[in-house]
Design a protein around this ligand. Sequence first.
Ligand code: NAD
Length: 447
Amino acid sequence: MASVAIIGTGYVGLVSGACLADFGNTVTCVDLDKNKIDLLKKGEIPIYEPGLADVVTRNTALNRLRFTDSLPEAAAKSEVIFIAVGTPPSEDGSADLSYVENAARAIGRIINSYKIIVDKSTVPIGTAGKVKRWLKEEIAKRVECGDLKEGEADFDVVSNPEFLREGAAVQDFTHPDRIVIGTDKERARTIMKDVYRSLYLNETPYIETNPESAEMIKYAANAFLAVKISFINEIANLCEKTGADIRDVAKGIGRDGRIGGKFLHPGPGYGGSCFPKDTRALVRTGRDAAFPLSIVEAAILANEEQKNRMVIKIENALGTLHGKTIAVLGLSFKPNTGDMREAPSLTIIRALTAKGVRVRAADPAAIAEAKWRLKSIAASIEFFEDEYEAMAAADALVIVTEWNQYRNLDFDRIKKLLSAPVLFDLRNIYTRKDMEEKGFSYHAVGQ
Ligand code: NAD
């Protein structure tokens, strides 16, 4: 088992750190955000992620998991250093590598024995080479001024992309479909296998490849899934025009083993911290290589249109939106997370309020983040922990995110709360027949 440092204790860093400790490694998680580290030291988990608290508590008690805001302290005592910092989108769509560069240079300024530097962040093809160069530059400066002898701070860079899904992150990290290890160095590959030894024993498939292919695997996987979502959303929209029902269509095509039934659920468009930025970054890479990725570009465009289409759907059904009050259930980009990054709810709510709607919104985990992300329209939106409170005297109910607690709502109660029984079920969790029997005007996606 290895001694591991994780730089960046966000969704990926914290889950990776806690789970790698659970596999038996000794892990130190680092973050620049002192508040986050202080919370973790007190045993509090800064993000909403089912099951994570147990893993963190267990491994902290076993002394296998520690937290610090000192990168030098964590890196000095670790043989394997994961970089799990953010790679947010730049203006031109490319991934902003400044956090990765800062982390890599900080490592280069302090290492004094052999280390493996692991790119866990999602980074464009060629980044492992850049990380190597940044480290070398910092090491060369130290050699030049006599702080370090030539060859004393040897290192290898490995690309080890992460495929966990927020909301199921612990399960995904501990039961992955595959582990991708991108390196040309046997020594690094052997140590990486040791870090993941528990999974190796469970016969998790390992994809051993070069760093460029590992980096491409991550982008290609996310782009494929985004394309699949935009594809089913377009077919759903066509169903609405032609009398077909997307639920049967999805079932009918999903039973085909070549297609598979997952990611065939139409809705208000994809969001989150990965698909939007990763598809844009891949498009940028394609354009930079003079090889535009027309399918991915079309998927991005279709996704933007899908979010707006939801607003048009609501407007068409309600007539004028000005002066209306609408209850919105579900703010996070998907259930079981408090993450609001690029959530479709943001586009939908901003568009509704721009048309003069007052929004009453509920979410089990995302209200705190939604409040600051939507502060420019704070005068037009109220937040409620309780979904039924959000519905009081609203002119319609819109389900944007399919949290479990919204799957079995009490519609007799809702009918009394709403000023008109109108439901926009943007996740197709109810059926038209049931809702019409209960006296609701029912609007779904692709039916
Ligand atoms: P995040 O924003 O939740 O966390 C990043 C953390 O890094 C922050 O806490 C930040 O303070 C810290 N940080 C930045 N620079 C630092 C430095 N120099 N030293 C120490 N800490 C530093 O991001 P995330 O969602 O965990 O994503 C991290 C990476 O993983 C991204 O590249 C993302 O694309 C990728 N990824 C994310 C997911 C996901 O579901 N969130 C899944 C797979 C891959």
